[in-house]
Ligand binder design. Structure first.
Ligand SMILES: NC(=O)C1=CN([C@@H]2O[C@H](COP(=O)(O)OP(=O)(O)OC[C@H]3O[C@@H](n4cnc5c(N)ncnc54)[C@H](OP(=O)(O)O)[C@@H]3O)[C@@H](O)[C@H]2O)[C@@H](O)CC1
Ligand SMILES: Nc1ncnc2c1ncn2[C@@H]1O[C@H](COP(=O)(O)OP(=O)(O)O)[C@@H](O)[C@H]1O
Ligand SMILES: [K+]
Length: 522
């Protein structure tokens, strides 16, 4: 699913109005009605007090549309105008007039904390104060209103985005935005829903289709994309009936040190479990028996050193090499990496201590083959690119880094983001069960196994991250988050593949209340 920027959404609005010959007032009506329908389906007329806080721009206009429809349908509504600015938008004013036509209880203006209404924990707040138009710091009293919402503990439904969040920069203080229980966002998810610093402001979100111009939606290129099943499925390479193991590549996994041989086992098992034809591990001598005994499918080459990697010599022809898992960062290992990188032409995945070593000797980065895949967790990333001031600066720095060294980088996290060719591919699968030892080693194995089979490196990174998260999601259905460990993620990979081809559940026929009423009348 495309993640449109703020400028693209405004452009889409204008184009839709032109092509569909509807005014922006009617587009706002559509947006507000979608939210009203969503609420009405769930509330079925319940008389819970609903406090609708409207700003003075188009986000506020959406709030007025919601208020009008809730009032028409007999809900217990209180509407407020948060007067942070005297420049009311034209569409806001049009809907203000429409609202006045259905109620004598006109919206109450709020200018300062003395105007804040009482809100009980059982009430509902609709936050339509700021949308994507926020472009400068907010007045103190408006932030106080946000905190008034939070203190009330009432369920807060945000319109489009939680008010106070910018679409393109972080906020300094966590009291500067609304903390929403749910956000109903128009047409496209917003990038801020996926970034660690801003995702926390909405517990859940959903996209509402407001009928933007289909050609605009289809043809507009975006800088970011949300990756789900629909995006990865077209890349799947089926297995031919007469294929043999030589068709699926030979992966070499180099890593391990005394006490960290298990990490290489996890990576190698994941590599084979995702479909690679052959896997060889290159480990220090001490790991030989453990590897052979615990993972009979793998072949083993040992370093001359008992406890660490000191020279990388092998006489096989791997299709792809993964380097770094559990390798440690000792001087001899770094030297081995340096010699190896200067000679190597085979496609690479670099993880863990491999990344740490590159961070201590950045001059080695220039030897990485084009489209090498790097898989840092946040600390490893910081060592590699330096500290960042906020998530947006982090994304800019990663883009610059990947461009400079012509590599693909996966920013691992709750929503892992693959950065390739200046574009962000935001993964939608995965869960906190993955916050466990070795889950990153498994990801490296999955990506390596896909590369071995001939997937393009960008696809291996994006599809691999998707499969890794999906496996964890399916595993967690049986095991819960706490009991899921890295080995389970490997075991559920088969289910993750099978899930790609499951028919989607037929969509629940959500008839809008308007539709049902019309049917009753007929
Ligand atoms: N396709 C879609 O998605 C559709 C979207 N729609 C809705 O439109 C929303 C965007 O509306 P919007 O452009 O009017 O901006 P909004 O967020 O309401 O802010 C209002 C104005 O406040 C101002 N302002 C900014 N910062 C400020 C500050 N700190 N303190 C004081 N003032 C400040 C700034 O104006 P300025 O003063 O800069 O001229 C700004 O314009 C969008 O989120 C969605 O809800 C639907 O209606 C239709 C389809
Ligand atoms: N809360 C979370 N939600 C989703 N995925 C997560 C979460 N926490 C961690 N992960 C994923 O788990 C993996 C952890 O990798 P890493 O930190 O390198 O683990 P390790 O070093 O133990 O192998 C990454 O792919 C990351 O995206
Ligand atoms: K809002």
């Amino acid at each position: 699913m495309k993640i449109f920027s703020k400028a693209q959404i405004y452009a889409g609005d204008t184009l839709t109005s032109e092509r569909q010959k509807i005014s922006s007032i009617e587009l706002m009506e559509r947006a507000g009605v979608q939210i009203f329908n969503w609420m009405h389906l769930r509330m079925q007329g319940a008389q819970v007090p609903i406090h609708i806080f409207c700003g003075i721009g188009n986000n506020g206009g959406d709030g007025l549309v919601i208020a009008r429809h809730l009032i028409i349908h007999g809900y217990n509504v209180k509407t407020y105008i948060v007067d942070y600015n005297n420049k009311r938008s034209a569409d806001f004013l049009a809907h203000y007039e429409r609202l006045k036509g259905v109620t004598k209880a006109w919206p109450e203006p709020i200018h300062d904390p003395s105007d804040f209404p009482e809100i009980a924990p059982e009430d509902i707040i609709v936050d339509a104060i700021f949308g994507i138009g926020l472009n400068r710091p907010i007045s103190k009293w408006v932030k106080d209103l946000f905190m008034h919402f939070r203190k009330s503990q009432a369920f807060t439904l945000a319109v489009d985005v939680p008010s106070g969040l910018f679409t393109d920069k972080a906020i300094e203080n966590e009291n500067d935005a609304v903390w929403a229980g749910f956000t109903l966002s128009f047409a496209s998810p917003k990038l801020i829903f996926f970034l660690p610093e801003t995702a926390k402001y909405t517990a859940q979100w959903e996209i509402l289709d407001i009928g933007l111009d289909p050609e605009f939606l289809l043809t507009t290129e975006t800088d970011a994309e949300l990756i789900g099943k629909a995006e990865v499925l077209p890349n799947y390479i089926p297995r031919e009936r007469f294929s043999h193991k030589g068709d699926f590549g030979h992966a070499l996994i180099i890593g391990g040190s005394y006490g960290k041989i298990g990490a290489v086992t996890l990576t190698a098992r994941a590599t084979l479990s995702v479909g690679a034809g052959l896997v060889t591990t290159y480990i220090p001598k001490c790991g030989y028996t453990a590897m052979q005994a615990s993972f009979p499918e793998a072949m083993v080459i040992t370093d001359s050193h008992e406890e660490k990697i000191t020279k990388i010599n092998y006489n096989i022809k791997p299709t792809v090499i993964a380097f770094g898992i559990g390798a440690g960062t000792e001087g001899e290992t770094l030297e081995a990496l340096e010699h190896f990188l200067k000679e190597n032409k085979t496609p690479l995945v670099i993880d863990a201590d491999g990344l740490n070593m590159l961070s201590t000797k950045k001059s080695l980065l220039k030897y990485l083959p084009e489209n090498t895949i790097l898989t840092p967790h946040p600390k490893e990333l910081e060592r590699l690119i330096g500290a960042w001031k906020d998530d947006f600066e982090k994304l800019d720095k990663v883009k610059a880094f990947t461009k400079k060294y012509k590599v693909i980088l996966i920013i691992k996290g709750a929503y892992s983001i693959t950065v390739f060719n200046d574009k962000l591919f935001v993964n939608s699968t995965g869960n906190p069960g993955l916050a466990t030892a070795g889950s990153g080693d498994v990801l490296t194995g999955i990506i390596t196994g896909l590369l071995a089979q001939g997937y393009h490196p960008s696809v291996a990174a994006i599809f691999g991250t998707y499969l890794h998260g999906k496996s964890a999601d399916l595993g967690a259905l049986n095991l819960g988050f706490q009991s899921l460990i890295a080995s389970h993620v490997i075991e559920y990979l088969g289910d993750a593949f099978l899930d790609l081809f499951l028919e989607p559940e037929p969509p629940a026929v959500e008839k809008s209340p308007e539709h049902e009423e019309k049917q009753k009348e007929a």
